[in-house]
Design a protein around this ligand. Structure first.
Ligand SMILES: Cc1cc2nc3c(=O)[nH]c(=O)nc-3n(C[C@H](O)[C@H](O)[C@H](O)COP(=O)(O)O)c2cc1C
Length: 287
């Protein structure tokens, strides 16, 4: 396998742990890295996360619905944690979002001062009260360019598969993104057999194996249309085969998240071993 890196981080494997509840804790992040994850993305850090929402996860026969939004831990807590990761030279990508582009840019600046080496802009979460109905290229450009203007850190912009993806990806590039993370969860619903109402009382983020064919198709199409910046493929990875499939369609690395809700560390170790088996060891990666 050729040299491997993303956002300036040298990687020992193309398997990265994606952002979510499991990465809301310093202890989990450290252990995931000890088990061999190439890097870990934090739960999305937000200066003003919505309060009082009923944030839950629901396992479906295939995949998962979740109504979670952002980390409830204060920014100052995260700045301390990121500083300690940086002191230990750990490959941690800080996922960030805020209520406005200016606030996101200020947060990115504060995070840069901790010594953190890479950012992911978690701007595509659909679980806020009004969903993501205003998602469009202008919004993506506004968040990306404002952040780019305040930090020199490599940054990936996280998008969701769906309508207008190509334009949103081009807006991220125009705004100064160094990479794209694809995909966030997409709108999903399940009906409660008991009540006939929607589970979780609405439409929320769907993740897991059902997402993978959609994201594979989207990455492949972005590449075909000439988008050549690094892509982190995310959605439904639960085996080394899935990781290899993402690389085959043009992703540079793959992130795994929902699969880790079952036996987190064992599952990660299995995916890492299967990936090694299929792809070999990356060469020249800094251990
Ligand atoms: C419970 C849960 C919480 C999540 N929280 C975040 C988050 O805070 N920020 C973010 O960018 N993505 C978040 N995600 C999305 C995942 O990082 C990932 O993009 C998505 O679930 C698709 O990958 P998967 O099928 O491997 O889970 C979350 C997903 C789940 C299931």
């Amino acid at each position: 396998m050729r040299d491997l890196s993303i956002l300036g981080l040298p990687l020992t494997t193309p398997v990265i742990v994606g952002s979510g509840l499991l990465t809301d804790q310093e202890r989990n992040i450290r252990r995931l890295l000890e088990k061999g994850a190439g890097a870990v993305v934090t739960k999305t850090i937000h200066p003003n996360p919505p309060q009082g929402l009923d944030e839950r996860i629901l396992r479906l026969p295939v995949g998962m619905l979740n109504s979670t939004t952002y980390s409830k831990r204060p920014v100052n807590h995260w700045l301390g944690v990121l500083r300690s990761f940086a002191d230990d030279r750990l490959p941690v990508i800080a996922s960030l979002h805020a209520d406005s582009p200016t606030e996101l840019a200020a947060l990115a600046r504060d995070v840069e001062k901790t010594g953190c080496r890479a950012l992911e802009l978690g701007i595509s979460c659909l679980n806020e009260e009004d969903g993501l109905e205003d998602d469009n290229p202008d919004r993506v450009y506004a968040y990306t360019s404002a952040t780019r203007g305040r930090t020199a850190l490599p940054l990936s912009v996280k998008l969701a598969v769906g309508e207008g993806l190509q334009e949103r990806a081009r807006a991220a590039i125009a705004g100064g993104a160094d990479a794209i993370t694809l995909s966030d969860t997409i709108p999903g619903a399940a009906v409660s057999p008991a009540t006939g109402d929607l589970e979780l009382n609405g439409v929320y983020g769907y993740s897991g194996p059902g997402l993978k064919p959609l994201v594979l198709a989207a990455v492949w199409q972005l590449r075909r249309r000439g988008i050549d910046l690094p892509v982190m493929g995310v959605g439904g990875v639960s085996s080394g085969r899935d990781v290899a499939d993402y690389l085959s369609v043009g992703a540079n690395v793959a992130q795994v998240y929902t699969a880790l809700h079952t036996e987190m560390y064992d599952t990660l170790e299995r995916i890492l071993a299967e990936t090694r088996e299929l792809l070999g060891e990356p060469q020249g990666a800094a251990l």
